[in-house]
Design a protein around this ligand. Sequence first.
Ligand code: R7I
Ligand code: MG
Ligand code: MG
Length: 305
Amino acid sequence: MITEPSAYGGCLLGLALGDALGAPYEGGVPERALWRLLGSTSQGLPRWTDDTSMSLDLAESLLACRALDPDDLAGRFAASYRWSRGYGPSTARLLKRIRQGEDWRLAAKAIHPQGSWGNGAAMRAPVVALHCPSDPDTLVLISREQARVTHAHPLGVEGAVMIAVATQCALQHLPPAEVIRTVQKNLHEPQMLTRVETVARWVERGVLQEAVTVRRELGNGIAAQDSCATAVYIALSHFDHCFEDMLAFVRAVRGDVDTISAMAGAIWGARHGVKALPVTPIEARDDILSIAQRLYERAQHRGKV
Ligand code: R7I
Ligand code: MG
Ligand code: MG
C-alpha cells in the first residue's frame, strides 16, 4: 500500500480541525465561557489548543532529530507551553517545572509517581504514525517513548499506542474491522481492552450507536481510558460519513470534545485525505499542511511510504 501525501495533510489537518472546532464545546459552563474569550486568533480564526500544539512540537522534534529524542521533545513542549491553550492541569504544572530547568523525569514523578493517565500523550500520537507509516514495531516503540515524557502511567502510554496504531491502519486504508483487530493485538491493559472489545463488537454489527450509549460504555473524559476507544469508535463508524457529521457526533457525546475530535479527526483524515476535509479556515492552516508535507518527504526519503 502506497500512502499518498494527501493522507499526511488529511491526518494532521484533521487533528487540528477537530481540536479547533471541538474546543468551544469542551467541558462544562466555565470552560466554555473561558474559551469564548480565548478561542479566536487576532484575525478572528478558530484557535487550536494543547492537542495541536503538542502534536506540532512532536512533529518538529522528529523532523529535527530524525528520531525520537525525549530530551529535545520535553524542551519543545516546555517552550511552547501557554496557559491559554487549555493544557491539562498536571501537564501544565509539569511543563512549567521543565521550563524552570528541572529534569522532565524527576518533575513528572514528583507530580504523579506513576505518571499521568490523561489523554495528552494519545492526542499527539497520530504524528508517530506519520513518522513511521508502515512499520508496526517501531510505531509502538516510539508511541511509548514519546508518551513517557509527559504521561508515563501505563494507561496514558497505552492510549498513545491505541491512537497511533489506529492512525497507521487508516493511512494503510485497512477496513474498520481490521483496524480494531490490529489495535487489540497491541494492547495489554485490561481497562483499555474491555473498551476496545466493545468497539470491535459494535464495528462488527455495523450499526451506529447512540451518542448516549457511546458516552456510557466508552466514556468521554480526559483520562486516556475514557476517551481513546471513544475516538477510535467514532472515527471508524464515520468512515462512510462526512467529517462534519463526525464532529457533530462527538459534540453529542460531550465531555472532552476537543481531544476526542482531534484523535477521531486525525484517524478520519488519514483515511480520506486532505481534500475530504472542510475548507474552514483555522489558526495556521497552511503551516500545518507544510509540516505534514515535510513529514511525508522525510518518510519517503527513508523509503517508508
Ligand atoms: O492528559 P493531559 O495532558 O490533557 C488532558 C486534557 C485534554 O483533553 C486536553 O485537551 C486538556 O483539556 O486536558 O492532562 P493531565 O493534566 O496530564 O491529566 C488530566 C488529569 O487527569 C489530571 O489533572 C488529574 O486530575 C488526572 N490524573 C491523575 N490523577 C491522579 N493520579 C492523571 N493522572 C493521574 C494520576 O496518576
Ligand atoms: Mg485541548
Ligand atoms: Mg481536551
